[in-house]
Ligand binder design. Structure first.
Ligand SMILES: [Zn+2]
Length: 93
């Protein structure tokens, strides 16, 4: 029989037991503003070549993974009941 790896609260490190309803699994998805940028006539009239070159230079320093992480991240947290209650009341605190 497989014993699941020990699980700990991501905030207080309390050990959590499976199947005892004593923790919450919290999934967080963070997405950079998904609204497409708006372009003005002024923007379209500008020569953006140098700006684009600069952007490409910046992106060249990042791995594909890092570049993706700047746009989209998914996290899974395990919180004990006490930590969950404190967190859910004030998730942005
Ligand atoms: Zn905790």
């Amino acid at each position: 029989m497989n014993t699941p790896a020990p699980l700990f609260c991501d905030r207080c490190l309390k050990e959590l037991k499976f199947g005892q309803a004593e923790f919450y699994l919290v999934r967080i998805e963070a997405l950079l503003d998904p609204t497409p940028p708006e372009f003005t006539q002024e923007d379209l009239a500008r020569d953006v070549t140098s700006e684009l070159n600069e952007l490409v230079q910046q992106l060249n320093h990042l791995s594909a993974h890092e570049a993706t992480e700047q746009i989209h991240r998914k996290l899974t947290l395990f919180l004990c009941l006490t930590c969950y209650r404190n967190w859910i009341e004030n998730p942005t605190g």
